[in-house]
Design a protein around this ligand. Structure first.
Ligand SMILES: [Zn+2]
Ligand SMILES: [Zn+2]
Length: 273
């Protein structure tokens, strides 16, 4: 395994994980990782449901940072631990996000779309009464709206996350079908010097490809994109670094010679061997 850095990880500091950070770190060390970047969820204005009570995805960042600093020190001879955040993007949140990101010395900020125009694509209601194309297009358009409003992030996370939850998932989904919107997203990201991530979390959910799909990664490269981080999106120990062999194969297939890690918000390029 050439990729020894997992840059998308959740612990019990995220509302949907109950795995203690120390357990995550010990497992990362035992899997031979050199770097783990925690990217706990922070989603303001997350729609409230029975499963998602108010504030479920709002991180207590002081408590998260306290744990992270303690474990970073405790395991400093064994692994590099980085302080990241997965920021749930919505256009109305730009001011709150600006303040939040300014208040902490994050190493890495992933911008992710979990909510689209106030709706959660996780639930079937998002797809009801319209075609899959309409639903997926609305999701991609909302990413464009988000990037135009807020730019203090390093990579955009799991760009085609929506295909995890559509009625037919990624069965009929191709880059070509959404090329107009996806190209706008990729060009905006490249113009702003932002990266994308390869997120291996979708393969466990039965998808045929990684996030984003191979053709998006190819297109990002073709348009001049250079920054790709790799993350498992693990919420438990089992999934840490899951599918990294596929991520590596995908990067190489698309002509990348490096993958990226962020520390102090600065990219560090690691050669793929
Ligand atoms: Zn996410
Ligand atoms: Zn995540």
């Amino acid at each position: 395994m050439a990729i020894l850095s997992d840059c998308h990880l959740h612990s019990s500091h995220s509302g949907d994980s109950d795995t203690p950070m120390e357990q995550m770190i010990l497992t990362g060390i035992s899997k031979g990782l050199h770097t783990m970047c925690f990217t706990e969820h922070n989603d303001f204005d997350f729609p409230i449901t029975d499963l998602d009570p108010a504030g479920k995805f709002e991180c207590n960042i002081d408590s998260y940072l306290y744990d992270l600093i303690s474990f970073r020190e405790k395991y400093k001879d064994k692994i590099r631990i980085l302080f990241g955040l997965e920021l749930g993007m919505q256009p109305q949140l730009m001011r709150r996000h600006a303040v939040l990101i300014k208040n902490y010395d994050f190493d890495f900020v992933i911008a992710s779309s979990h909510i689209c125009n106030g709706k959660d694509p996780y639930y079937p209601a998002f797809y009801e009464g319209r075609s899959e194309e309409e639903a997926y297009s609305e999701y991609f358009q909302s990413i464009i709206d988000n990037i135009k409003k807020f730019k203090n992030f390093d990579v955009y996370g799991h760009l085609d996350y929506v295909v995890r939850y559509g009625p037919n998932k990624d069965e009929n989904y191709t880059y070509a079908k959404y090329q107009d919107l996806l190209d706008v997203i990729l060009k905006l990201l490249i113009e702003e010097g932002k990266g994308i991530e390869i997120n291996t979390g979708g393969i466990k959910k039965g998808l045929k490809d990684l996030h984003p799909c191979t053709d998006i990664v190819k297109r990002y490269k073709e348009l001049g994109g250079e920054i790709i981080t790799i993350g498992s999106d693990a919420h438990d120990t089992e999934n840490i670094a899951y599918g990294f062999d596929r991520a590596e194969a995908l990067l190489k297939e698309c002509g990348f010679k490096y993958y990226t890690i962020f520390e102090n918000r600065l990219p560090e390029f690691k050669k793929l061997v």
